[in-house]
Design a protein around this ligand. Structure first.
Ligand code: 1GP
Length: 230
C-alpha cells in the first residue's frame, strides 16, 4: 500500500472544515490527481472528516488522512500520514504527541498504514508555523540540513517542505531535493496555477495543492496536467 506513494506526482489536500459542493468534489476527484489528502491545522473533527471521506470514497483514487488531531482519526483511509515538525524546539511536535498517542492507542494502530512525514515549516504566517512555533527564518543550508536529518538520520520516507499559504523559495526546494537520497520530497504551499505547479514540480517529487481549490477551481485543476505531462 505504502509503495503507491512513490508514483504520486500530484495530491489535492482537502480541508474538512471547508465547504465543497458535490460538483466541485467530483471535478477534483476526476481530475487525474494521484490522491486526495484530508487534513488541516484547525477545525478538524471526527464528524467533518468522516463526512468528507465518505464523499471522496465515491471515486476510485486513493484517499489518505493527514493526522493532526487524535480525536479526528477516522478508520477507513488508505494510509495515515503522520507529520513530525522538525524545525521547532518543542519536542511535542516531533515525538511527544506521537508517544502519547501510541501509549494510549498503540494496540489498535494499523502500523502498516502509517507513513511519517518530516515536515519543514517555512511560512511564518501559516497556522501550522504559529501552532508549532517553527523556526521559519532559515537559509538554504539550514533547511537542507533539516531535510538530511529526516532523510539520512531518521530514515523518514517523506520530507515535506511546507509553505502553506504562500509560494515558497524554489531555490531552497531544489537544494533540498539534491541533498536527500532516499526520502520522497513533497512540496506544498501557494501553488495557484499551472505555472507555479510546474515550477514546484521541477524541484520536488510530489506537489500538494490546497487553498486554490476553494477560490479558483479551474486554476486548481490545471495544476494536475502541469506536473503529470512533464
Ligand atoms: C498545505 O501544503 C499544503 O498543507 C498546500 O498548501 O494550501 O497553500 O496550497 P496551499
Amino acid at each position: 500500500m505504502k509503495e503507491m506513494i512513490k508514483d504520486w506526482k500530484h495530491i489535492f489536500k482537502l480541508d474538512p472544515d471547508r465547504e465543497m459542493t458535490d460538483d466541485t468534489l467530483e471535478a477534483v476527484c476526476m481530475s487525474g490527481s494521484d490522491a486526495i489528502m484530508i487534513g488541516g491545522s484547525s477545525g478538524i473533527t471526527y464528524e467533518n472528516t468522516v463526512d468528507l471521506l465518505s464523499r471522496v470514497r465515491r471515486y476510485e483514487l486513493p484517499c489518505v488522512q493527514e493526522v493532526s488531531d487524535l480525536s479526528a482519526v477516522v478508520p477507513g483511509f488508505d494510509l495515515y500520514m503522520i507529520p513530525m515538525v522538525l524545525n521547532t524546539d518543542h519536542s511535542r511536535w516531533i515525538t511527544g504527541l506521537h508517544q502519547a498517542a501510541i501509549e494510549e492507542y498503540g494496540y489498535m494502530i494499523p502500523w502498516e498504514l502509517l507513513v511519517p512525514e518530516g515536515y519543514i515549516v517555512l511560512n511564518p504566517d501559516s497556522t501550522v508555523a504559529k501552532l508549532t512555533e517553527a523556526h521559519t527564518d532559515l537559509d538554504e543550508s539550514s533547511v537542507t540540513a533539516y531535510a538530511q536529518v529526516a532523510d539520512k538520520l531518521m530514515n523518514l520516507p517523506i520530507v515535506y517542505v511546507e509553505y502553506s499559504g504562500t509560494f515558497g523559495d524554489m531555490s531552497i526546494v531544489k537544494e533540498v531535493h539534491q541533498a536527500i537520497s532516499s526520502a520522497q520530497l513533497f512540496y506544498g504551499g501557494g501553488i495557484y496555477d499551472a505555472e507555479t505547479a510546474r515550477e514546484a514540480g521541477r524541484v520536488s517529487d510530489t506537489i500538494v495543492v490546497g487553498n486554490i481549490l476553494y477560490s479558483d477551481l479551474k486554476a486548481a485543476l490545471s495544476t494536475v496536467s502541469a506536473v503529470k505531462s512533464e
